[in-house]
Design a protein around this ligand. Structure first.
Ligand SMILES: Nc1ncnc2c1ncn2[C@@H]1O[C@H](COP(=O)(O)OP(=O)(O)OP(=O)(O)O)[C@@H](O)[C@H]1O
Ligand SMILES: [Mg+2]
Length: 408
């Protein structure tokens, strides 16, 4: 699992650590840096999946540009950024670090390494001295023996981590670790459900798209047992959301060749009056909630799912159901979840046991973004005695406490 990411000269960050737990909640004022931190996760997932570094930032035919594109990826006034990731695999922590040098029309690896973390670091691969004029960079892969290791000249526009997967490495253990770290990073899934995209028929698909638009197709493509099991879970959580009762949520294959699908639910407004609604008639909040659950239930294990403004469109009184669902399904699927929110009700629903997993994004006195664990705010116990977390967040008390901390 991915444990943390250090953002260095990334967008509004000079240097700050994003800790990732089974359920991480990131809060903060507008423009504090929440989405900038999420953008770093999108970038890592893209480059671990083999996207070119430049394309991962600027976009291409199959990728949308990162917000701000190439001009806004490095912190203003800098031309290089570094992301340091800590990943756990088979009980051991591995450090992965990538530094990218950015120009007007290029973004290239200037340093990259993977190592076994701990007091005695063991290198798995590392880049050597760079000739800035060249598109290639020397990379050394450990052979487990003394010396620099196995040497390759690799392309600077693709992550070494990705290229390392297809090399004939002498040390099989290194190949396994490289593969796993790359898979974990590639597996970061940023979900941004757009209800209007979910209302149409969708073709059968294996993976949920980031806007949730193919939810019906993904569920319909599952084998019968798995689909029934997932539909029962969707129904069980969903029926707690609206005022009405929901008797079932399901997908049906349609079309002459059964290659498309539609999502349906059966609503009961009063006894004896039930009504089947297809996705075209479902509410925005219902569709968003279904997309989040579908992402959790169909994701591969060990993934990290990221959802911005997770409670968008949900009634505050349902925040507790949402938090419980994220916790329960996350545990069941061994999937970590990172969400951002502006909603005090969600923080209150999370309650004090979640305090260690709440991160606050804020701007320091020099305007740089900082991520601080809520529990690290010195005045927190005193503040909580005066009001619950949602109230403190809604009234800007958390940011006030962080500003006090910044003063000499
Ligand atoms: N390269 C950069 N250098 C410095 N600051 C930057 C850079 N790129 C973006 N920013 C700053 O980041 C801010 C936007 O941050 P972000 O989108 O992460 O906010 P947010 O916390 O998600 O806010 P919201 O709650 O409104 O969505 C902008 O105000 C901009 O000033
Ligand atoms: Mg944002």
């Amino acid at each position: 699992m991915i444990k943390s990411v250090i953002l260095k000269n990334w967008k509004s960050y000079e240097e700050s650590t994003l800790y990732i737990d089974p359920l991480t909640i990131v809060i903060g004022m507008n423009s504090s840096g929440k989405s900038n931190a999420v953008d770093a996760l999108i970038f890592l997932s893209r480059i671990a999946g083999g996207a070119g570094i430049f394309q991962a930032i600027a976009g291409d035919v199959s990728l949308s540009p990162l917000r701000g594109g190439i001009d806004w990826v490095c912190r203003k006034g800098t031309r290089c950024f570094t992301l340091d990731v800590l990943v756990e695999y088979k009980g051991t922590d591995y450090g992965y670090s990538i530094t990218i040098e950015v120009g007007t029309a290029r973004a290239l690896v200037s340093e990259e390494k993977l190592f076994r973390s701990g007091s005695k670091q063991q290198r798995i691969f590392y880049t050597g001295l760079l000739d800035n004029e060249l598109m290639n960079i020397p990379v050394y892969f450990s052979t487990g023996k003394q010396g620099k290791g196995q040497h390759f000249e690799l392309n600077r526009n693709t992550s070494i981590l990705f290229q390392g997967k297809s090399l004939a490495l002498k040390r099989k253990e290194s190949a396994e670790i490289i593969n796993n770290v790359a898979e974990q990073m590639k597996g970061i899934f940023v979900l941004d459900p757009i209800p209007n995209h979910m209302r149409d028929y969708s073709t059968l698909a294996e993976r949920l798209s980031s806007d949730g638009s193919n939810i019906a197709g993904v569920l319909a493509a599952l084998d019968d047992d798995r689909r029934r099991e997932i539909q029962e879970k969707l129904t069980a959580y969903l029926r707690e959301i609206p005022e009405k009762d929901i008797e079932g949520v399901w997908t049906e294959r349609i079309g002459k060749f059964n290659t498309d699908a539609m999502l349906y639910c059966k609503e009961v407004w009063y006894e004896g009056d039930d009504c089947v609604v297809d996705a075209r008639g479902m509410s925005d909040g219902t569709l968003r909630f279904l997309a989040i659950m579908a992402a959790m239930l169909t994701s591969e294990a060990d993934n990290l799912i990221v959802i911005e403004e997770v409670d968008n469109g949900m009634h505050p009184s349902r925040a507790k159901i949402l938090v419980n669902m994220l916790k329960e399904l996350g545990r069941e699927r061994n999937t970590d979840v990172l969400v951002t929110t502006h909603n005090p009700a969600l923080l209150d629903a999370a309650g004090t046991p979640m305090i260690p997993f709440i991160t606050v994004a804020h701007r320091d006195e020099k305007g740089k973004s900082q991520l601080t664990l809520l529990e690290d705010i010195r005045d927190l116990p005193k503040m909580i005695a005066a009001g619950n977390i949602g109230e403190l967040a809604a009234n800007g008390r958390i940011e006030e406490a962080l500003a006090r901390k910044g003063k000499p």
